[in-house]
Design a protein around this ligand. Structure first.
Ligand code: GLV
Ligand code: MN
Ligand code: MN
Length: 418
């Protein structure tokens, strides 16, 4: 490594221009960006970034799980790779930065090194993970799970929205579910993973900090509640004879909220609420709820799930309905690596940027990559703490600063990682 590598800077203008260009892929007429995993827009964004990676001189490939990679070869062919990146898919009506900021920042670091002729000792691999968000009834973090060898045949075969399986979604976007095991990396091929991301919350603004050093990433679990009542006429059915799935759903939404309000878990949300048949003059016979529970402690999440089960039984009895809860895989909380975090702190201080340590309340591919290697995350502030919304925003200067912090941290980590 040349001594000047630690003084390199990313091309901030190019980074911001690329983020603007990506934000136009999947512009939603209702506001924001909708680039659901495996959609035509998602594939378009992946192809666009692949072209940028190739133009930056990286070795580019897409794996069986639709993860996109760009490699800047290192000087030591026996060293594992240092990976950096994030995701390009989005939730519906999202902002332009949740995911792309980390991919484009990662690309900017590789490009800065290559342009300076300053390869690391390790391969530097920029990755755009497939399907981080888990939209349309698919599990989240599919790409990183495939890399970590954690994607199961059940995950691939489970029907999502419209009965479409994850395997079919992958196939439609150029993936190869039959050979998904080839996407797995053995731990000795990965020296570290460092992800830059927008904070998506209010802490950095409140602390007047421009860089967040993530100490841990939240645990989370999804639950689907399927409620069955009895459809009937809204005008003729007496209130005493109803088995109204919407009323049961309303009780359950408040039950979920109280799990967090009463301190059993950090946050609990009902983000999906569907009524069948969904007509003003029909008492709903069925309801489906999508529930998200998060905490830094797996035991607390398990206890909250038990409580939710008991309370759902009570709601069912009170409303004359049946309620079936299907609990998804538990994503365990993970701690980031202290030494990598220390490099992020040093980089922030070297750039005179005020930083603070914080935990991530959002889930990230980094927590899956922790199964393979030490991980760390750099956060940049979210204006008003807003994300998963068209109003998501980050000061452009903070995006460039975050990428420069990432670059310096990667260069420093390269010197000490095995
Ligand atoms: C990912 O965006 C999450 O749900 O935390
Ligand atoms: Mn997100
Ligand atoms: Mn994200």
């Amino acid at each position: 490594m040349t001594s000047s590598a630690s003084d390199l800077e990313v091309d901030g203008g190019l980074l911001l221009a690329r983020l603007r260009q990506l934000s136009a892929i999947g512009t939603d007429p209702r506001g924001g960006v909708t680039r659901l995993a495996y959609s035509a827009e998602d594939v378009d964004a992946r192809d666009t970034v692949a072209d940028w990676m190739a133009a930056a001189g990286l070795q580019v490939w897409v794996d069986e799980a639709t993860n996109l990679f760009g490699r800047l070869p290192g000087r030591d062919p026996h060293a594992g790779a240092v990976l950096t990146g994030s995701h390009l898919d989005s939730v519906s009506r999202a902002g332009a930065l949740d995911g792309p900021a980390g991919v484009i920042a990662g690309l900017a670091t590789a490009q800065a090194l290559r342009d300076a002729g300053a390869a690391l000792r390790h391969d530097l691999v920029v990755v755009a993970f497939g399907n981080e968000e888990g939209t349309r009834g698919t599990p989240g973090m599919v790409g990183s799970k495939a890399i970590a060898g954690l994607l199961t045949p059940e995950d691939l075969a489970r029907p999502g929205d419209g009965g479409v399986t994850l395997a079919d979604r992958l196939r439609g976007a150029g993936g190869d579910p039959e050979r998904i095991s080839r996407a797995a990396w053995s731990p000795d091929r990965v020296a570290a993973f460092v992800e830059m991301h927008i904070e998506q919350g209010p802490v950095l603004e409140a602390e007047d900090a421009r860089i967040g050093v993530v100490s841990s990433i939240t645990g989370q679990v999804g639950v689907t509640a399927s409620i069955t009542g009895a459809a009937n006429h809204a005008g003729t059915t007496p209130m005493t004879r109803r088995r109204d799935a919407a009323v049961a759903a309303a009780h359950l939404v408040l039950t979920v909220e109280s799990l967090a309000r009463d301190g059993h878990v950090r946050v609990a949300t009902t983000g999906i609420l569907g009524l069948v048949p969904g007509a003003r003059n029909v008492i709903p016979g069925e309801a489906v709820l999508g529930i998200d529970i998060r905490d830094g402690d797996v035991g607390r999440m398990a206890a909250a799930l038990e409580l939710l089960g008991r309370q759902a039984t009570e709601v069912a009895a009170r409303t004359g309905t049946t309620i079936r809860l299907t609990v998804g895989p538990v994503q365990s909380p993970v701690a980031t690596d202290c030494r990598l975090a220390g490099h992020i702190v040093d980089a922030a201080e070297g750039l005179s940027a005020r930083w603070c340590e914080l935990t991530s309340g959002a889930g990230h591919d980094a927590q899956v990559m922790a199964a393979l290697a030490p991980v760390a995350m750099v956060f940049v502030p979210s204006v008003n703490g807003v994300s998963h919304s068209p109003h998501e925003d980050t000061d452009p200067e903070d995006l460039v600063l975050g990428a420069n912090v990432l670059l310096r941290a990667l260069v420093a980590a390269d010197l000490e990682l095995p």
